[in-house]
Write a protein that binds this ligand. Structure first.
Ligand code: OGA
Ligand code: NI
Length: 398
């Protein structure tokens, strides 16, 4: 794509969606700048200050508050509905029922949990506990890794840069694994403890191994989805940029919340990228998936990963597969730690519906856009349900 087209594409998407993703005044390359619009407040600090309620900044309007019965019981409202469970071992041994189950899950929910996925329980546990101990450090020890909107890498407490926005009840840590040029070791919390006041217990070997295993799992899942769409096994991966996929991780820390019925740990959103492989907290529920008008609380099986499809899969599949809308509720009893691993397309190539899935009766629903550009919607305006993928519809289709 030449430079001129690229600029036109940016202008068109900015206009159509009314999203002000590019500011003329910012000098950094994506326009998001180095500073947050307001001083950063760590949710952990609020939680530890024994407030009787939550500050106004975290109070959702009544229509967006979670269902109180769920929080009180810690149980799903409709226990009968849960997200499908897929046995990957059985799937890869050619079990047709399993293949049907994952295929239906991708069309219906965009969400499923996988068991027998090949990652050892020991590695999963070690990764989660390493990050739990990181978040258990005093806030002061983490501030050195404080992030900025330009890359989001490091310790953060908000998603989106809109001044005055209502915020979510979580702190997080965001990191790149792939491409390797983006894996910036200075951004990893593992500097020698001798030069730090607080030793940081992130075991780099564990985290590297975890990343490698999850990239492998992402590749295997991409092959399954591709063949279920009637494509060559490697086609989806190729559309992701082949060997040049992106991989990053958001570790979420949801502190105890004095008024969980007023706030959310993470507002409704769909993930902007490809596939998300989530390692949930083994002891505390919180993730909810939207199914029609109900929020289903995910009860994960021991040692399962929760997989969900992001907007890039919805775009590439021309909406045969749906990205899922989900949110996180909090509670007053226990903090919760989750590791969301994102397996994404190469960030600078145009992503659009795959030609094989486009026919005269099914025209391409989405115009081409790189993931780098697409990701700016959520990075600028924060979580907004499925608004970004829904407003990304091609003008030719309407
Ligand atoms: C996310 C996410 C869910 C969770 O990080 O995008 O949806 O359970 N996390 O923390
Ligand atoms: Ni998510």
């Amino acid at each position: 794509m030449n430079h001129q087209n690229e600029i036109m594409l940016k202008k068109e998407t900015t206009d159509k969606n009314g999203l002000n993703t590019m500011s003329e005044h910012d000098s950094t390359k994506n326009g998001l700048g180095e500073k947050w619009p307001e001083p950063t407040v760590r949710v952990q600090s609020l939680a530890e200050s024994n407030l009787a309620t939550v500050p106004d900044r975290y109070i959702k309007p009544p229509s967006e508050r979670p269902d109180q019965t769920i929080i009180i019981n810690h149980q799903p409202k409709t226990a009968a509905i849960n997200i499908p469970v897929v046995d990957l071992n059985s799937l890869f041994s050619g079990n047709e029922d399993e293949k049907e189950r994952i295929s239906e899950a991708c069309r219906e929910f965009g969400f499923f949990q996988v068991i027998n996925h090949g990652v050892t329980p020991e590695l999963m546990e070690a990764a989660r506990e390493a990050w739990r101990s990181f978040f258990n450090l005093p806030v002061e020890a983490k501030e050195v890794y404080s992030n900025s909107p330009s890359t989001y890498e490091g310790y953060g407490s908000r998603l989106g840069v809109e001044k005055g926005a209502i915020l979510d009840w979580n702190d997080y840590y965001f990191l790149h694994y792939l491409p390797l040029v983006l894996k910036d070791l200075n951004k990893w919390p593992s500097l020698p403890s001798s030069i730090r006041k607080f030793p940081v217990n992130i075991n780099r070997e564990v985290m590297d191994e975890y990343g490698e295993e999850l990239v492998k799992l992402g590749e295997r899942l991409a092959r399954v989805l591709s063949s279920n769409l009637g494509l060559k096994e490697e086609q989806l991966q190729e559309a992701f940029g082949g060997e040049d996929v992106g991989a990053c991780m958001r570790v979420n820390y949801y502190p105890k919340c004095p008024r969980p019925e007023l706030a959310l740990g993470l507002s409704p959103h769909s993930d902007p990228g490809g596939l998300t492989i989530l390692l949930p907290d083994d002891k505390v529920v919180g993730l909810q998936v939207r199914y029609d008008d109900t929020w289903i609380t995910v009860n994960s099986l021991p040692h399962a990963f929760i997989v969900n499809l992001g907007d890039q899969i919805q775009i590439l599949s021309n909406s045969i597969y749906k990205s899922s809308e989900h949110r996180v509720i909090v509670n007053s009893q226990k903090e919760r730690v989750s590791l969301a691993f994102f397996y994404n397309p190469k960030s600078d190539i145009p992503i659009q519906p795959l030609q094989q899935l486009v026919t005269s009766t099914n025209p391409p629903l989405y115009p081409p856009m790189s993931f780098d550009e697409y990701r700016l919607f959520i990075r600028t305006q924060g979580p907004r349900g499925k608004a970004y993928v829904e407003s990304h519809i091609s003008p030719l289709v309407n």
